[in-house]
Ligand binder design. Structure first.
Ligand SMILES: *Cc1c(COP(=O)(O)O)cnc(C)c1O
Length: 495
């Protein structure tokens, strides 16, 4: 075994990993990356098909981001934001606020004006959670504000973020540590009990037969809580697509409807854009009633469209939240940094004389870190450059087209994509939607087969996730999907 792999086995405890399984075989030790490719200690090359857990945007070792970090390193790596301001964090905050208030969305709602920096998606959500709680109390909305989140929600692993989450497998063990939040049905067209459509070889959102019962459930929850005399303080959601739940997309129109209900009940909106932010959702939101774009139609009208798509998922449906949590792609995936954006009204509720102690008593050692901010500034610049739209659109088109080839696999039940995020749900039989028991490790086995063939990603249960870096070439994207087809075939043979 490779010497580094031995050290890993001896000393490192990996996240979300059954270490007994881990210790049974030699781990892949990543030594280097370039663009969408990674190399391990044995010199083997891989495609990074999940952007290093959904963080990387422009590829590894991008010369511009590398240079920005080096430039900043030549000045200073870190000074505290407790009591001090710094150059790249100030510049980045300005850019984030501008990006989070696009002209098409901002005028109709209260803009996001303030940026609270932290380190990870979980911490960004903790900040939103604490601010929303305290804001609801200070504005006399509630003395003990309650939160409504979505079934299957994942907002991170710190205790507050876990409290907002609703994935039993991850969260049940810590129930005793958590505060209680409510959950409401999240749209999951493929497995929706209200969807009367028989399975088809298409994204379940496009052939569903329902009466928007999922939206009705949101309305019912808000109404019931109001009757109890303590209306929800905040509604928490991953816009357009729930990530760790299994890449579960919302049908077009769900987000605007659900948030409109929340707003009409006076609840704050907390948008967790940790996975969806920074262009990840691409052009992917279909308008209501719109069919998925056929390649031909797309060539005629779609590719001619030069308008940049929204950088944030909420804005696909004209929704402006009161809190927007950003992390994963914030630095282009180079360094851990996060931000919680909020409104002037929330900020103002924490203003007062020193001795009133209205201060937001919260912060981290690395808040506003300069290296992360420098990377973030450059990443955002690149995203907003006119020339960056076309390649992303091209990649989205390639991903869309290639994914269609997987419908021929009988063990593929649903293929769902929003922009540059896709989930392929494995089932025992597509005609019945019968799922694999988690203990069969269908997702893990397919990803192992993928890794053997040089493509790296991680499953979510029975869902294979494809989240390519934006720099992925058409040939690389085709290889990712074709290899997935082969891996699924391998797996099917083993059944
Ligand atoms: C990854 C993720 C988080 C948690 O972010 P970390 O950086 O892992 O703490 C929160 N919300 C969503 C939607 C995520 O995908």
């Amino acid at each position: 075994m490779n010497a580094l792999a031995k050290l890993d086995h001896r000393y490192v405890w990996h996240p979300f990993t059954q270490m007994r399984d881990w210790l049974k075989r030699e781990p892949i030790v990543i030594m280097k990356g370039k663009g969408a490719r990674l190399w391990d200690a044995k010199g083997r090359e891989y495609l990074d098909a999940n952007s290093s857990i959904w963080t990387n945007l422009h590829g590894h070792q991008h010369p511009r981001i590398n240079a920005a970090i080096r430039r900043q390193l030549g000045k200073i790596a870190h000074s505290s934001a407790l009591g001090l301001a710094n150059e790249p964090a100030s510049l980045l905050a300005e850019k984030l606020v501008a990006a989070a208030n696009p002209p098409a969305v901002a005028p109709s709602s209260s803009p996001l004006r303030k940026v609270f920096f932290s380190d990870d998606g979980s911490t960004a959500m903790e900040v939103a959670l604490k601010l929303a709680y305290e804001y609801a109390r200070r504005t006399d909305r509630s003395h003990k504000p309650k939160f409504l989140a979505l079934d299957g929600a994942y907002h991170g692993d710190t205790v507050g973020a876990v409290s907002l989450g609703h994935i039993d497998l991850f969260h049940k063990a810590y129930a005793g540590l958590l505060f209680k939040t409510d959950k409401v049905m999240a749209p999951y067209c493929y497995r929706c009990p209200f969807n009367r459509a028989k399975p088809e070889r298409a994204d379940a959102r496009d052939y569903r037969k329902c009466n928007w019962e999922c939206v009705g459930k949101v309305e019912q929850k808000f109404a019931a809580q109001k009757k109890r005399g303590n209306p929800y303080g905040a509604f928490v959601f991953e816009p357009l697509m729930q990530g760790a739940a299994g890449m579960i997309p919302q049908p077009a129109g769900w987000l605007s409807r659900a948030t409109e209900i929340a707003r009409s009940h006076g609840a704050l909106l907390i948008a967790d854009e940790v996975m969806t932010g920074f262009g990840r959702t691409g052009f992917g939101a279909l308008r209501e009633g719109e069919r998925p774009r056929e390649p031909k139609h797309r060539q005629e009208s779609g590719l001619a469209r030069t308008l940049a798509p929204p950088l944030f998922a909420c804005h696909h449906e004209g929704v402006q939240p009161d809190f927007m949590a950003l992390a994963k792609g914030l630095t282009g995936g180079y360094l851990p940094m996060a931000a919680t954006l909020t409104t002037q009204a929330v900020f103002d509720a924490f203003l007062g004389e020193y001795e009133e102690f209205k201060t937001f008593f919260h912060g981290h050692s690395f808040t506003g870190n300069q290296l992360g901010a420098a990377a973030g500034l450059t990443s955002l610049d690149m995203l907003q450059a006119a020339g960056s739209v076309r390649p992303r659109q091209q990649l989205e088109q390639t991903l869309h087209d290639e994914l269609q080839t997987l419908w021929r696999c009988p063990n593929v039940g649903d293929i769902r994509r929003v922009g540059l995020v896709a989930g392929v749900e494995l089932v025992r039989d597509w005609r019945t939607r019968e799922p694999f028991d988690l203990r069969e490790r269908a997702g893990i086995r397919v990803c192992d087969a993928l890794a053997k063939r040089g493509v790296l990603t991680r499953p979510v249960g029975n869902v294979i996730v494809l989240v390519p870096p934006y720099c992925t070439t058409s040939a690389e994207a085709r290889r990712m999907v074709a290899t997935l087809g082969e891996a699924i075939a391998d797996f099917a043979k083993s059944l």
